[in-house]
Design a protein around this ligand. Structure first.
Ligand code: GUN
Length: 298
């Protein structure tokens, strides 16, 4: 197998943001509705601060309203829950996102359960999880939805494909499996306890790696011609770039995998940019549903 096609998530995400922006402009014009995404950040986690800043910038660029509440790391859980209740009741707010991880004194599941499911643009509320697994219309977690869009763009129909999701997190692995199942894939979920993991991976036409272990998936784990979606974003030492320098790598050994797979997402520039683009899409969909406007099929 020669070198794999590189699936350009950066360009794909830019296209999706543009389509969202065009639709936002239309509904603002026709209905006077400017979708609002409200993000709550508790504490000063450096990575979360970068994500939240990028979310705000891209929300505004898509023509939507962005509000960010920054709360101290020692904010009581009750204060956060009370803020969520206020936002649930506020008609001007269409999407609520509480940035994770939360400080350890706050119960994450309690917080996620407090968000109005129709404003849950992360798709983490149990009602949206249930809707997704029962094939009903749901707000769907952004990262796996972004992966699905890239796969559908590549294949057209996914029906009948053998898909293996490596990783079983609530944010990526499980919803990814549900989305692929809804597309009529034959889906397996593998994880750290899976027996014969490499052999299971080698059976897959579609391999989605979301384990958070740098370059764990080697070239000989991949079925020749498979399509590989690498969700991992791992910061590792890069002595070749100079002392103390770091670089980002995925969960897949890209150099090895790209000579076996038929298509692969790079890190960076693959799945990463799709997450915020899908968040903007979810905010637009939520705003449309809350206002009785046909939600766009994007
Ligand atoms: N932290 C890392 N990824 C995410 C995400 O997709 N949503 C939220 N709310 N927090 C995150």
């Amino acid at each position: 197998m020669s070198d794999a096609k590189i699936i350009d998530g950066k360009a794909f995400a830019a296209g999706l943001r543009e389509r969202v922006g065009a639709k936002v402009a239309k509904i603002t014009d026709a209905h006077g509705l400017k979708p609002n995404l409200t993000v709550i950040l508790v504490g000063e986690d450096p990575a979360s601060q970068v994500y939240v800043r990028n979310k705000g910038t891209q929300t505004v660029e898509a023509g939507m309203e962005s509000v960010t509440h920054r709360l101290d790391a020692d904010t009581p859980e009750a204060t956060l829950l009370s803020m969520i209740k206020t936002l649930n009741d506020d008609k001007a707010c269409n999407g609520i996102l509480v940035q994770l991880p939360l400080p350890s004194h706050i119960d994450e599941s309690k917080v996620l359960a407090a968000i109005d499911p129709d404003k849950d643009v992360d798709g983490f509320h149990i009602l949206n999880v249930g809707r997704l697994w029962t094939g009903q219309s749901a707000l769907v977690p952004c990262t796996p939805y972004g992966c699905l869009l890239m796969l559908k763009d590549h294949f057209g129909s996914l029906s009948g494909k053998r898909a293996l999701v490596l990783g079983r997190s609530n944010i990526v692995g499980k919803p990814m499996a549900a989305l692929l199942l809804n597309e009529s894939c034959t889906v397996s979920i593998a994880h750290s306890r899976t027996e014969d993991l490499e052999a299971r991976c080698r059976e897959a036409d579609i391999l989605v790696a979301a384990v958070g272990r740098p370059e764990m998936v080697k070239g000989d784990w991949i079925k020749p011609g498979a399509v590989v979606i690498d969700v991992g974003i791992n910061r590792v030492d890069a002595p070749e770039k100079g002392e103390g320098k770091k670089k980002l790598v995925g969960d897949v050994d890209f150099a090895q995998a790209s000579s076996v797979a038929s298509a692969i997402t790079p890190v960076p520039g693959g799945v990463g940019p799709m997450t915020i683009a899908c968040l903007l899409r979810n905010t637009l969909v939520a705003a449309c549903r809350q206002n009785g406007i046909d939600a766009p099929d994007i």
